[in-house]
Design a protein around this ligand. Structure first.
Ligand code: ADP
Ligand code: MG
Length: 397
């Protein structure tokens, strides 16, 4: 895929509309985690340094097409103002009047922030009239919202499609995500180790089937592992098993065999009698679990084996926690994987909301080569799906 480059533009005095993913978790108007705001800063700071005039738009949460004060971007705007040292003006009524009408009236040092795009049903409907209200009159459209690139929404697809090629470009975060994920998907150096955990087989099947084409070892953990073990006829006690997904597991084994990929499953567990935060952790040696026990984390022997594979890998991709890492007694597996990745000389990439949280809990974030900001978007990218938001930015020739 070929794209324009933000660094190729002359930006002084230009009106630039930037689509960001500022979808941060909020509680009572407080930002719980500002990583997505931080990830947007390089592009914003560059635009300001080059003296562009800045307008920003984003979604937040799922307000279902109508205004919801709890999902206002106001707290995000305040934080942006602090971080950028500029006044940020929140604009609400851009559905009635094109956004550039208000923009023209702002001072040249004021930044315009459009209120939550998803307050308007036209956004998720990919409505071209709404899209035109968003970007009409702007000199340049920059899309840095990798986390929204898998959505065919107005601000992501219809808007850039209304513009000539020269007026739309990815931002720096988007470029970085594409480069890192392309490396994993298309050019991973062997030994290539893929670690997949998390709750559901169905969520990960696409990624697994695509990465099986190029990886050497597939390390399975999390609740998913129990569906795999069950498929092999192993007793898994009260562990979470998706018995209707055995055909998917079968497809994975069939493809792995054809591609000579080794699938690794837990050979010991940390289990409990109930799915509860204060459940007592019980160590279970061996791959099977007695009845009444559910596996909530991989055991120490499994962790050591997985860590050894990660240490000797050249490329590692990780998505999905290996246990219920939110509860300390069942976090060792996920934190240990994070630690091994941080110590590995391999090119390391982590994607997925909970996996990234586990990585930070382990304090390992700084030593990972790329932490994807896009949960669903990064998985779809690695599945080999053409993301609509990227297609809308792509250059024809
Ligand atoms: P990501 O957001 O990184 O893609 P997922 O959404 O697939 O990850 O899954 C994360 C969830 O899976 C976590 O909240 C974790 O508690 C849960 N999980 C992991 N292992 C188990 C297990 N053995 N049993 C039940 N839930 C699990
Ligand atoms: Mg998740």
């Amino acid at each position: 895929m070929k794209f324009n480059k933000l660094t190729d533009y002359h930006l002084e005095g230009k009106a630039v509309m930037v689509r960001l993913d500022l979808n941060v978790p909020l509680k009572d108007g407080r930002i719980l985690d500002e990583s997505r705001i931080q990830a947007a800063l390089p592009t914003l700071e560059y635009l300001l340094e080059k003296k562009a005039r800045l307008a920003i738009m984003s979604h937040l949460g799922r307000p279902k097409g109508k205004a919801d004060p709890a999902l206002s971007l106001a707290p995000v705007g305040e934080r942006l103002a602090e971080l950028l040292g500029r006044e940020v003006v929140l604009v609400r009524d851009y559905e009635e009047e094109p956004a550039d009408q208000v923009f023209k009236q702002l001072g040249k040092n004021q930044i315009m922030l459009l209120e939550n795009l998803r307050f308007h049903a036209a956004e998720t409907a990919n409505d071209p009239d709404f899209a035109s209200h968003l970007i009409k009159g702007f000199d340049l459209y920059v899309n840095d919202a990798f986390g929204a690139a898998h959505r065919a929404h107005a601000s992501v697809v219809a808007a850039p499609q209304l513009l000539p090629e020269a007026k739309r470009t990815p931002g720096f975060l988007m470029e970085k995500e594409i480069a890192a994920l392309s490396l994993v998907r298309d050019q991973a150096k062997a030994p290539f180790v893929v670690v997949i955990g998390g709750a559901k087989v169905a969520d990960k099947i696409g990624v697994i089937l695509n990465l099986i084409n190029s990886c050497n070892d597939l390390l399975i953990g999390g609740a998913m592992a129990y569906t795999f073990l069950r498929y092999l006829g192993v007793e898994v006690g009260a562990s979470r098993v998706e018995s209707d997904k055995m055909d998917l597991v079968e497809a994975i084994y069939r493809n792995a065999k054809a591609r000579k990929v080794t699938i690794h499953l837990p050979c010991d567990h940390i289990a409990a009698t109930a799915f509860e935060p204060n459940a007592a952790p019980l160590s279970v040696a061996g791959e099977s679990l007695p009845s009444g026990l559910m596996g909530l984390d991989i055991g120490p022997k499994t962790l050591a084996a997985y860590q050894a594979l990660i240490r000797s890998a050249a490329t590692v991709f990780w998505n999905g926690p290996l246990g219920v890492f939110e509860w300390d007694a069942f976090a060792a597996g996920s934190l240990g994987i994070a630690q091994a990745m941080a110590e590995s000389k391999a090119y390391t990439v982590v994607g997925g909301g909970e996996s990234v949280a586990a990585l930070h809990k382990a304090g390992a974030g700084a030593r990972i080569d790329h932490i994807s900001t896009g949960g669903g978007a990064s998985l779809e990218f690695l599945e080999g799906v053409t993301l609509p938001g990227l297609k809308a930015l792509e250059l024809e020739s």
